[in-house]
Design a binder for this molecule. Structure first.
Ligand SMILES: [Zn+2]
Ligand SMILES: [Zn+2]
Length: 282
């Protein structure tokens, strides 16, 4: 059912260890025809920007041997006021949201020009945490407000020209809706779908996130992705590999095979997953 993988972390991500050769060989063994390396560029500070540059340079070299490998990046929305602070001070250290400053503005770590100049061909835009409480000492708040904040970020990503794929929709490390995905209001789901469609963005089926859920939520999530597909949104696959390639997180088998059961139950069939084409890339 799955032929390509557009969300993979290599040793150039702070939280991953995979060598590009291991990734290429693992993906070829899965029969994948096109893959993309998407190391993290979380912030516009020197450690993240240098990881992104090293990743792009290494992929450029590896492509000589593995022409099916693309250079991409995973970007996460950050608070614009924090972004400006980092641009000025070169670090996140010591950041506090000044009284009266905008907590809702959003930004991504790199401009499109920077990414293109590095040889990157596409970007995953993915929410990971609340940005409106950064620098305030406030926590995640209640479920309602956390959900609204994730929705706000994802709508913004759906409209940003740098985003090719909305990565792992609705992911949050401690999301209460992993208990029951249906707690997210239909209006939010529909509005996000409409924004993705209108802006020609892909959405991602991410094994790392799906296998984090309990059984019932896996089925619910597959149905949610299926609805996105039926609305006309192209769904890409992302293993989100970090330490072993396309692992099912128990170390006992392949992630794409493990999630196939849920995808089949939701009505996915061969050819439903989208492989980015040259015309989709920068
Ligand atoms: Zn992510
Ligand atoms: Zn990732």
């Amino acid at each position: 059912m799955i032929q390509s993988d557009f969300h993979i972390h290599s040793e150039y991500s702070y939280d991953a260890t995979l060598k590009l050769s291991e990734i290429a060989e693992g993906a070829a063994a899965c029969g994948f025809t096109r893959i993309g390396i998407t190391d993290h560029a979380n912030y516009n500070d020197p450690p993240f920007l240098s990881d992104a540059r090293r990743s792009a340079a290494a992929v450029k070299e590896a492509q000589k041997k593995y022409p099916f490998m693309l250079s991409g990046v995973e970007l996460t929305p950050i608070q614009k006021t924090q972004f400006d602070y980092i641009a000025k001070h070169g670090t996140r250290e010591g950041y506090v949201l000044p009284t009266g400053a905008d907590r809702y503005g959003l930004e991504l770590a790199m401009t499109k020009e920077e990414m293109v100049s590095l040889g990157m061909r596409y970007a995953i835009g993915a929410s990971h945490w609340r940005t409106d409480t950064i620098g305030t000492g406030e926590g995640d708040g209640d479920t309602e407000s956390l959900m609204r904040e994730l929705f706000r970020q994802q709508l913004w990503l759906a409209q940003d020209e740098r985003v090719t794929i909305l990565g792992h929709p609705w992911f949050h490390g401690r999301a209460p809706w992993y208990q029951d995905f249906s707690m997210i209001p239909r209006t939010m789901q529909n509005e996000l779908c409409a924004a993705l469609l209108e802006n020609g963005k892909c959405a991602e089926c991410n094994t790392g996130v799906m296998l984090r859920f309990e059984e019932r939520e896996r089925y619910q999530y597959a149905e949610y992705l299926r609805e996105m597909l039926e609305s006309g949104i192209r769904i890409t696959f992302g293993s989100d590999s970090h330490k072993a390639y396309n692992d099912n997180r128990k170390g006992t088998g392949r992630g794409d095979i493990e999630i196939e059961k849920y995808l089949l139950a939701a009505g996915f069939k061969d050819g439903d997953f989208y492989t980015l084409r040259d015309e989709d890339l920068w």
